[in-house]
Design a binder for this molecule. Structure first.
Ligand code: HEC
Length: 288
């Protein structure tokens, strides 16, 4: 066989393989984006008396406000650089379209009304929220004025599709570990337990559920807290500025939350113990 024929056959075979790879990656990523997820559609336990002030504070703590959905739910954008950019929709119209049980399912399981998974919504981080906290947040969100929905976009790069196909990037519903403890329903009677709850519903989004770091979200292991005295950590939680003074855009929402010194201390005690680090004897003295 002439060498030119062999070459062209090899090239054709390679092109075929490449096409198969592209088609496979696209198909698998699209299936993961579109497949429906089973998740219980269960309302919160009846008779919960909601506290609107607590709901407003929690909405800031967990990032409904001053997070992906914009400063006050106007709608915003969520992205993992190089992988996807997606509209975090205007909250009011979404909240109105969802029934309570559907909202609970979306927040806890990352499953939308149509049964598909959200992308970018940190349902795994919301999983530990207790019933009271969820009821307060939902009541607060429902009391907000209606807004016009901003247009939705969803751009997924080839790298993003590849990561979805390989499982490196996961849709919200696939990130939820349904066997994880619901810390919000468990005792929070000392600094460690309170800190564990707060860290789970806030910091885990970018620093990983085990607080050992999350490569895609860019948060390092929270063993980084080794460098902080309690005073420096309180200041960091108040301002969003780390000890070396550099900008951390991903943490610039901290001043909006207004963590109290007691909450910062709880986080400090939990995160230091979690990473096997000692604490100054005066810190955590409120713990029984
Ligand atoms: C939206 C994402 C996000 C959330 C939520 C988040 N962080 Fe971070 N955090 C980051 C990123 C990204 C960095 C690293 C930035 C860098 O290295 O420049 C970081 C860095 C840090 C550092 C290291 C600072 C240093 O001196 O290097 C600490 C400590 C930290 N975060 C604590 C927390 C705590 C505690 C929480 C929860 C209250 C939290 N973070 C929540 C994104 C986040």
């Amino acid at each position: 066989m002439p060498i030119a024929t062999v070459l062209s056959r090899v090239l054709a075979a390679l092109a075929g393989l490449a096409l198969l790879g592209i088609g496979g990656t696209y198909g698998l990523s699209e299936w993961k984006l579109r497949r429906s997820h089973d998740a219980p559609l269960v309302a919160l336990r009846p008779g919960i008396v909601t506290d609107p002030a607590a709901g407003e504070r929690l909405a800031r703590i967990v990032g409904c406000w001053a997070g992906c959905h914009g400063p006050r739910g106007e709608g915003g954008s969520d992205q993992v650089t190089g992988m996807y950019r997606i509209t975090a929709p205007t909250l009011a119209p979404v909240i109105q379209a969802y029934g309570d049980a559907e909202l609970v399912r979306l927040i806890r399981y990352g499953v939308k009304r149509d049964g598909n998974s959200a992308l970018g919504m940190p349902a795994a981080t919301f999983w530990p929220l207790g019933e009271q906290a969820l009821a307060d947040i939902i009541a607060h969100l429902r009391a907000q004025p209606m807004r016009t929905a901003m247009p939705r976009e969803r751009q997924i790069t080839w790298r993003g599709r590849w990561s979805l196909a390989t499982g490196e990037l996961r849709v919200s519903a696939d990130q939820v570990d349904r066997s994880a403890p619901r810390w919000g329903e468990l005792p929070r009677s000392n600094a460690f337990e309170r800190g564990r709850y707060l860290a789970s519903i806030v910091c885990s989004e970018c620093h990983g559920r085990d607080f050992e770091g999350d490569r895609l979200q860019g948060g390092p292991s929270l063993a980084a807290i080794a460098a902080y005295s309690i005073g420096q950590f309180r200041e960091f939680m108040r301002t969003g500025k780390p000890i070396d003074g550099r900008e951390i855009p991903a943490m610039n929402w901290l001043p909006e939350v207004g963590f109290t010194d007691a909450e910062s201390e709880d986080l400090y005690v939990f995160l230091r113990r979690r990473h096997g680090l000692g604490i100054e004897p005066a810190v955590g003295s409120q713990s029984p």
